[in-house]
Design a protein around this ligand. Structure first.
Ligand code: UD1
Ligand code: CA
Length: 455
């Protein structure tokens, strides 16, 4: 079955009160339109067409990488008019699926069910709402068959009492849709070309409308203002949290945990404390503990790792059995091997740290290669930057760097070397020796402490 998905995304979104087009607003750090796109991509043999309009340049600039055909609707004259923009590109034998760019949480299985109904007729996704106001109402006859959709603004008092509403999402064969689209008129309350008018045309042409419903009404809720955006963010996050718990993750509080990306690999017996944010592509092994208020982005965390509270980890890898934090920052290309300890107020950037090494307090390690079982004392700094270029620091296995040392790169510290506390090391140091680079300590016996002068 050949499928053409048309995503309507030209509307203005006035009630967002935003300089940014509505469909670029985000849920879980991904635009509304991309949520719709991602779901559509799961459908087989599908070509995606996006109707854009309002804020067109900004939309294209942000999303032109999507594999879709973009068509501009210069004036927004209604949902029917929007689909008319691409009707010449639609094959007669294709099934056309209409989606809205501002309805982000629609589920694949709901759409698959809808598409089943489109093989023979026009298939419509409807939902029954306690408060249907604002929506087009589904009008049925005595045999309970759909006869038409009436927009709220065109509805009479009794039609306004109908609780079954149009989600706007429908599917139908291309050839049929095109015939009906060519007959649309705008003689209605809003002077718009309503896509919903094709329902009555289909009925008049002898088709029985097939209807289906989503599992939850949240699937078909659109975003018109920032309250609705926040509501759908919560719905989305609750789903992610439940999915993770079902896979063996303990969440201290599912309402205070956010996933803003993709969890590629997830082990079991992971414990995640409150206010943790997982962003981008994440992989977490078994038996991992993540402390409160940590942000982990594009990272690989291996088995038995403990991340203490308030850590920020980005584009980094943490080896099995390692311990990080509290208050540590792993920046891009921080690669920790097994059983590494990174303590509080330590920043690691573009550095490899081999098995069993420790950087426990207040250090900056950048552009470094650190061997195994190295101990880096408190306050050690790799001076990797001369203001223009970056240089590398290499530290051999079993080295011991005394506290408050500065290692001025490029520099290399030998295996089993010891650096005396407070040293500023500017030259390579040999294996196995103690190297000191600091002023000699003196005491002055005759020294008198100054006394306050009489005025
Ligand atoms: C539409 C339906 C209504 C349904 C409701 C569900 C029509 C006539 N009415 O109403 O029955 O209950 O959706 O939310 O179809 N758009 C364009 N170009 C346009 C107009 C709209 O791309 O010229 C896009 C919007 O960006 C939006 C979608 O189509 O994504 C729906 O438009 P909107 O104005 O929200 O439709 P409603 O009047 O709410
Ligand atoms: Ca709407």
């Amino acid at each position: 079955m050949k499928l053409t998905t048309v995503i309507l995304a030209a509307g203005k979104g006035t009630r967002m009160r935003s300089a940014m087009p509505k469909i670029l607003h985000k849920i879980a750090n991904r635009s509304l339109l991309e949520h719709v796109y991602d779901m559509s991509r799961e459908l087989d043999n599908n070509e995606i067409k996006i109707i854009y309009g309002h804020g067109g340049n900004q939309v294209l600039e942000t999303l032109k990488h999507l594999e879709a055909e973009w068509t501009e609707q210069k004036e927004q004259l209604g949902t029917g008019h929007a689909v008319q923009q691409v009707q010449s590109q639609i094959a007669d034998d294709a099934i056309v699926l209409i989606l809205y760019g501002d309805v982000p949480l629609l589920k694949l299985n709901t759409v698959q069910k809808l598409l089943e109904g489109a093989k023979e007729s026009l298939s419509l996704l409807t939902v029954t709402l306690a408060n249907p106001s604002g929506y087009g109402r589904i009008v049925r006859n005595e045999q309970n068959k759909v006869v038409k959709i009436v927009e709220e603004k065109d509805a009479d008092v009794s039609q306004k009492m109908i609780n079954e509403v149009n989600t706007g999402i429908l599917a139908v064969r291309g050839g049929l849709l095109k015939t009906w689209l060519s007959r649309l008129e705008n003689n209605n309350a809003q002077k718009e070309y309503y896509l919903t008018d094709v329902i009555e045309m289909a009925v008049n042409d002898g088709f029985e409308i097939v209807t289906s419903q989503p599992a939850s009404e949240d699937e078909v809720l659109g975003v018109n203002n920032r309250m609705q955006l926040a509501h759908l963010e919560r719905v989305y996050q609750k789903e992610q949290a439940e999915k993770m718990m079902a896979e063996g993750v303990t969440l201290a509080d599912p309402a205070r945990f956010e996933v803003r990306g993709y969890v590629d690999k997830l082990g079991i017996d992971i414990e995640i404390d409150i206010n943790v944010i997982l962003e981008g592509a994440i992989s977490i092994g078994n038996n991992v503990k993540i402390g409160a208020n940590s942000i982990i982005k594009n990272a690989v965390i291996h088995d038995d790792v403990e991340i203490l509270p308030n850590c920020i980890i980005e584009d980094a890898e943490v080896g099995r059995g390692s311990r990080v934090g509290p208050f540590a920052r792993l920046r891009p290309q921080a690669l920790l091997a097994d059983n590494v300890h990174i303590g509080n107020f330590v920043e690691i950037k573009k550095s490899k740290i081999a098995t069993g090494s420790k950087v426990n307090h207040l250090s900056y390690i950048g552009d470094s290669v650190i061997g195994s079982h190295v101990n880096i004392g408190a306050g050690t700094i790799t001076c990797n930057y001369d203001g223009v270029n970056k240089f590398q620091t290499i530290i051999g296995d079993n080295a011991f760097i005394g506290s408050n040392s500065q290692l001025v790169a490029p520099v290399s510290i030998g295996n089993n070397a010891t650096i005396g506390a407070g040293s500023t090391i500017t030259k390579d140091t040999p294996d196995g020796q103690l190297t000191l680079a600091r002023a000699k300590q003196i005491s002055i016996a005759s020294w008198q402490r100054p006394v306050k002068k009489e005025k």
